[in-house]
Design a protein. Structure first.
Length: 174
């Protein structure tokens, strides 16, 4: 899906297709989120993480230090537009248990959270609501990204040389 300029309108219009945009996920986010998917599967809650698992499977993995500053990663604050309603929202991607709708924190396990992961401004993504409707969103801006400020996606200082605790970096590559 791509956003294409509409010369007659002088603004950006969106051409919606079924093609998913390429995404990048940091190796640290990949390790942690793979664990989230596995935990949900063990509890028989696989349908809740189906989109997240699909996104992780198709993602290009990047080291945190090499992540573009405008890439949506865990704990990123991202502004996006819902093309179906025209609503512009600003949210922060959170791990399960960290979500707080009053503070704009949405769980990565929600369909919209999974759809945002790995996108950059201008990318358009289709996603399905829990009731089966297809919606479309575009990232407008990434206002804060932990990796750009020396933190990993878990909000901890990032020495950018070691794997996340309890994991092996090589596991993310396979």
């Amino acid at each position: 899906m791509t956003a294409r300029p509409n010369p007659s309108a002088g603004a950006t219009s969106v051409t919606l297709t079924l093609t998913k945009p390429s995404i990048q996920v940091t190796t640290w986010d990949y390790d942690r989120l793979s664990g989230v998917v596995d935990a949900f599967r063990r509890r028989g809650r696989e349908p809740l993480v189906e989109l997240l698992a699909e996104e992780l499977d198709r993602a290009e993995l990047v080291e945190p230090a090499a992540a573009p500053r405008d890439l949506v990663t865990m704990h990123s604050c991202v502004q996006f537009i819902d093309h179906d309603t025209g609503e512009v929202r600003t949210v922060t991607l959170a791990y399960p248990g960290e979500e707080d709708s009053r503070r704009g924190k949405i769980a990565i396990t929600t369909p919209v959270g999974s759809a945002l992961l790995g996108l950059r401004p201008g990318a358009v993504m289709a996603w399905r609501t829990l009731d089966g409707r297809t919606k479309h969103l575009s990232v407008l801006e990434v206002g804060h990204q932990p990796e750009a400020h020396g933190f990993d996606g878990a909000g901890k200082p990032d020495d950018r040389t070691s794997a996340p605790s309890g994991t092996q970096a090589s596991a993310a590559a396979g």
